[in-house]
Design a protein around this ligand. Structure first.
Ligand code: SAM
Length: 325
């Protein structure tokens, strides 16, 4: 079963769910130092409401779910939600994106609850710089979290690195070298202008730079439908992916996803402003058929492409933490 088709023939089979807008870090490209006004508990969807949305999505052919945030692990009893979602027929992949700071004590419970994959965001391997970029965190916690994830059986762990010019672009080769020894996927992301504190570095420039280490060979075996384009350094165990929302136009042409915000709005495009309210109908006892109709409406609203890019940079109104990255 394929996901519902949008007006441009893309099969939408992937839903990213932000389970909370709260985060225990304040990354400079994502949030202001004081954080963002927090949604109250009653504003965000309950686990039962999220379950209902996923049930409707699965009935339409959406088979991949990713939990994100904010920081998903700051929401209480996350394994409970994972268990609820993993039981829904048709869901083939249930993954999570986390900053890794709370992973050490949660990895095993997440795995046992049915989580299939974990991506950890990590922008630097230097403790002082980590504190500068995240404003609150400790690198040690994340590194221990990654080890715990591996021990719990998550394999491979994906590392997401937002590359900021003049801030961490001198560490690209260190991240790339990690793939020689470890079966990890390191993915470099162009910084998007949610909070204009840092300049992005185009992926082409990163590829040229990494090419100084060795030949980078395209790796087609794990392309999937996601936005990353993968390569492998000759002889390396792991791979290097590039996510290029600003410079590589096929980023949108392969888009297969929608996003659900913590307060129950379905966003057809991360970088657009359209949202469809699911929370109100959910709280008015909407039927499965009604939820499915609203999800299809969001699919029908997917724009052909986003309009961020060189010369056309504007700030997206919601912060990344309020949408779910
Ligand atoms: N707290 C979790 C984490 O850190 O992975 C999940 C939420 S976070 C918003 C999800 C992803 O979005 C992270 O990999 C983060 O680096 C990325 N992100 C946030 N702001 C970004 C920006 N302005 N440009 C590119 N990626 C961004």
């Amino acid at each position: 079963m394929i996901g519902p088709l949008d007006p441009f023939g893309r099969s939408i089979n992937y839903l990213r769910i932000s389970v909370t807008d709260r985060c225990n870090l304040r990354c400079i490209y994502c949030m202001p130092p004081e954080g963002v006004p927090q949604m109250s508990h009653s504003e965000i969807l309950s686990y039962e409401e999220i379950q209902a949305v996923v049930q409707a999505a699965a009935e339409l052919g959406i088979n991949k779910i990713r939990l994100t945030g904010g920081e998903p692990l700051v929401r209480a009893e996350l394994p409970k939600l994972i268990k609820m979602l993993s039981r829904i027929e048709g869901i083939q992949e249930l993954s999570m994106t986390t900053n890794g700071t709370l992973l050490k004590n949660n990895a095993l419970a997440l795995r046992q609850a049915g989580l299939s994959r974990v991506n950890v965001s990590l922008d630097t391997l230097k403790p002082d710089r980590f504190r500068y970029i995240t404003r609150l965190g400790r690198l040690k916690d994340v590194l221990e979290g990654i080890s715990a994830a591996k021990e719990a059986g998550f394999d491979p762990v994906k590392i997401n690195t937002v590359v900021m010019r003049g801030i961490n672009d001198d560490e690209i080769l260190d991240f790339a070298r990690m793939t020689y020894e470890e079966r990890c996927h390191v993915r470099f992301i162009e910084t998007m202008p949610f909070k204009a504190v840092a300049d992005f570095v185009p992926s082409t420039e990163l590829r040229q730079h990494i090419g100084l280490l060795d030949k980078l060979e395209p790796c087609t075996s794990i392309t999937g439908n996601g936005p990353a384009v993968y390569y492998r350094l000759v002889g390396a165990k792991g791979t290097i992916g590039f996510i290029s929302p600003l410079t590589e136009p096929f980023f949108c042409f392969r888009c297969n996803r929608m996003r659900l915000t913590p307060d129950g709005r379905l966003r057809p495009c991360l970088l657009g402003e359209d949202e469809i309210d699911l929370k109100t109908p959910l709280r008015n006892n909407a039927s499965m058929e009604e939820l499915k109709r609203l999800i299809l409406m969001a699919v029908a609203c997917k724009p052909e492409r986003h309009h961020l890019g060189r010369g056309n940079v504007r700030l997206v109104k919601r912060k990344m933490s309020q949408i779910g990255g």
